[in-house]
Ligand binder design. Structure first.
Ligand SMILES: [Zn+2]
Ligand SMILES: [Zn+2]
Length: 115
């Protein structure tokens, strides 16, 4: 079961994301329960089944970064950013309620899309 209290942060700008229902996100039929970046200029969307993606209304959901972390115990889940650490790393956590797996990832030096 997905942790109902999880609050993902944006993997690009590290701001808070809000719960959203987006029609057709990631090419999925119907409404997809997901989180969207609170920064309107960013538009990043996360769902545990689709990962972090760019979202442009009417143009589909982009693609997830293939190297973004997935949980070892729950490979069907993309991990979400739980915390932006002081040393410039991102702490990713598994969205599964009972799962304690985390991964830290270096942000600096990572190639980023132009925004
Ligand atoms: Zn964002
Ligand atoms: Zn897990």
């Amino acid at each position: 079961m997905i942790d109902p209290s999880m609050k993902p942060l944006c993997d690009q700008r590290h701001g808070e994301m809000n719960r959203a229902h987006i029609h057709g996100f990631g090419g999925v039929e119907g409404l997809v329960e997901c989180f969207q970046c609170g920064d309107r200029l960013c538009g990043r969307v996360y769902s545990e089944g689709l990962g972090y993606r760019e979202w442009v209304q009417g143009r589909g959901g982009g693609t997830a970064r293939p190297s973004a972390p997935r949980c070892k115990a729950h490979p069907e889940h993309w991990m979400y950013v739980r915390e932006y650490l002081l040393d410039g790393k991102l702490l990713y956590a598994c969205p599964e309620n009972s799962c304690t797996h985390t991964v830290t990832e270096e942000v600096k030096g990572r190639s980023r899309g132009v925004s």
